[in-house]
Every structure is written in C-alpha cells, then in structure tokens.
Design a protein around this ligand. Structure first.
Ligand code: UDP
Ligand code: MG
Length: 313
C-alpha cells in the first residue's frame, strides 16, 4: 500500500506566499511514490490567508485546514497540525519557502531508511549578523544548561514518523518549547544539510521580542538554572555580608575610628530588597508556569475545520 505524507504547515499572515508554496511543493510531491496531504493550521491571521486556502481546498481535497480561534503562537499551531495530520510521515515546514521544497525527496529517502526523525540543518544561514549571533548565543546556552544537545543550525523543515508524532503529542505541557520537546522524545534521529533561502514574500513574525520570549520559555521550561542561580548568588551574598560585617567590627575595634554613615546603609537596604524581590520573581515565574500546567487546559482551540471531516462552517 502506498504510504502517505502529511505536510504540517502553520500559517500566520501568509497571504502572499500560500499559492507559491502550494505550487512549488506540488511539483516535488507529485514525483514521489506517496500519497500526500497538506494540513494547514491558521494561527489567527486576519488577512486573506484563510480565504485563499479555503478557495484552494474547494477543488483539492488534499488541502486541509484547522483554523484556530485566536493567535496561539507557532508552537501550538504546529501541535495542532501534528494532531490532525493523518500520514505515515509528517513533514513540518513553514510556508514562506525559506526551507526549499526541492529538498523534500532527500528527507523522504532518509526517513525510509528507518529513522524516526530527519532534521534539516541550514547549510549556510542567509541571515543578518545580529540574528546569527542571537542563534549562537541562544542555542549554545540552551544546550549547555539543559543538556538537550539540539543540533546546531536547525531549520524548521523536518520529517518524522507517525509514531514519533504520537510520542511528541503525549507531552501535554502548555508551556511549549517545541524544539526542546523534539529532543526529549529522543527517538532515533539524523540530520541533513539543506539550503536556506530568503523569505518568498511577506515579513518575519519573529521580531526581537518574540525571540526573547522563545529564549525565556526554553530556559524556564527545560532547566532549573535560574533557581540554582538564585540559590548560589543568595549564598554568596550572605557569606559576603557576614565577612564584611566581621571585618567592619574588627576594623572599628582595633584600627580606625570611622564615622558610620547612613547613606551606605540605605544603599545596602535598597540592594537587599532588590535582591529579595528578584529571587521572589524567579520563584514566581516557576509557580506561574506550574499554575498554567495544573489547569490542564486544551492546547489549542479550534474555530473551524476544512476538509477534515469534522464540523465545518
Ligand atoms: N507563525 C505562527 N504563529 C505565530 C507566528 C508565526 O504560526 O504566532 C508561523 C508563520 O506563519 C510562519 C512560521 O511561523 O509560517 C515562521 O515564521 P516566520 O517566517 O515569520 O519566522 P522566521 O522564519 O523569520 O523565523
Ligand atoms: Mg520564515
């Protein structure tokens, strides 16, 4: 029996690229010995993205879509796509054509060799210097402190088996750093180098703020580094204070008859309060995240299904 490949594609304000994406991927997919489907997940776009995909879906039942009811963030859109993909293999890629469709056969060949996950690595990243620096610092720090060993220079484009997806989906956490989860599943994976192109059209949604959010999620969801940091710094401060105090007393008794000044005291008090608040803050972040997990809410809320045999409007 022919195997089936699902393309899991999160879309968010991508009206300029959808048609080109469909065209370029179709050309490649039609040459492969598989059935295939597109599972688009609209992450709350307010432009013509949904309209364009619906229009295409009318005449092509390979095109399926889940429309989320508001912007959930890419991690959740991707999770929704993996959930509704029905293929034996799933290809996760962005629609902006930065990851080139002509590489799909290479992924397909590799996955058939028995890997659970084939991960695309950017051969040469066509990116601004500042973005490259960010990537290096981000992934470097992450690997060092979480022990995840995520390969360097990973692209979004990756192919995995249905079993891998099921495994991945059994991680229900609502704080979702997807790349970390991919590594946590820890099945048999390999990497291949792929070219990285410029975005076909439209703009990147990952501005500085979103990138910082991602780094923040990664650190807080996959490590206890901030807590350990708090404990260590707190310990050294207590030690430092103690030594300072003893030194001051000894100095006053035996060496210098200095005039104790209140400004230094005020400064110390302010600093002390600041430190306490800071560490309280770190603890609160973890508690906040625990609170979010304990609510056990569904990972995404769906407004509409297209071509998925469910309630459709
Ligand atoms: N995306 C999403 N939800 C969001 C932001 C982005 O589903 O809240 C999708 C978007 O449609 C795109 C992908 O994430 O397909 C990657 O975004 P983008 O190309 O803007 O990021 P970059 O490639 O610049 O990192
Ligand atoms: Mg992109």
């Amino acid at each position: 029996m022919r195997k089936k490949l699902s393309l899991a594609v999160p879309v968010y304000y991508e009206q300029e690229v959808i048609l080109q994406f469909l065209k370029e991927t179709k050309e490649v997919l039609d040459t492969l010995p598989v059935d295939y489907e597109y599972v688009f997940v609209d992450d709350g776009s307010k432009d013509k993205t949904v309209e364009i995909i619906k229009e295409q879906a009318k005449t092509n039942d390979k095109i399926k879509m889940v429309v989320l009811s508001y912007n959930h963030g890419k991690a959740f859109a991707a999770t929704a796509a993996f959930t509704h993909a029905s293929g034996d293999y799933i290809l996760y890629m962005d629609p902006d054509l930065q990851d080139p469709p002509h590489e799909i056969p290479v992924f397909f060949e590799k996955i058939q060799q028995g890997y659970d996950l084939v991960w695309g690595i950017r051969r040469e990243k066509k990116d601004k210097f500042i973005n490259r620096l960010y990537s290096r610092v981000f992934w470097g720090t992450l690997n060092k402190y979480t022990g995840l060993e995520i390969p360097k220079g990973i692209a979004v484009m990756r192919m995995f088996t249905r079993e891998f997806a099921d495994n991945l989906l059994s991680y229900k956490e609502t704080n979702r750093f997807v790349e970390g989860l991919f590594m946590k599943v820890g099945m048999n994976y390999t990497t291949i180098e792929i070219d990285q192109r410029e975005r076909f059209a439209g703009v990147s949604k990952f501005n500085f703020k979103r990138k910082m959010q991602l780094a923040f999620d990664a650190i807080f969801d996959f490590s206890e580094l901030p807590l350990k940091f708090a404990v260590r710094l707190g310990f050294f401060l207590i030690l430092g204070g103690l030594v300072g105090l003893v030194a001051l007393v000894i100095a006053r008794l035996f060496f210098i008859d200095y005039q104790a000044g209140w400004p230094s005291l005020v400064a110390l008090i302010v600093m002390g309060f600041g430190l306490q608040l800071f560490f309280l803050g770190i603890v609160s972040i973890y508690i906040g995240r625990m609170y979010r997990e304990t609510k056990n809410r569904p990972l995404f809320s769906v407004k509409e299904y297209v071509n998925l045999g469910k309630k459709e409007s």
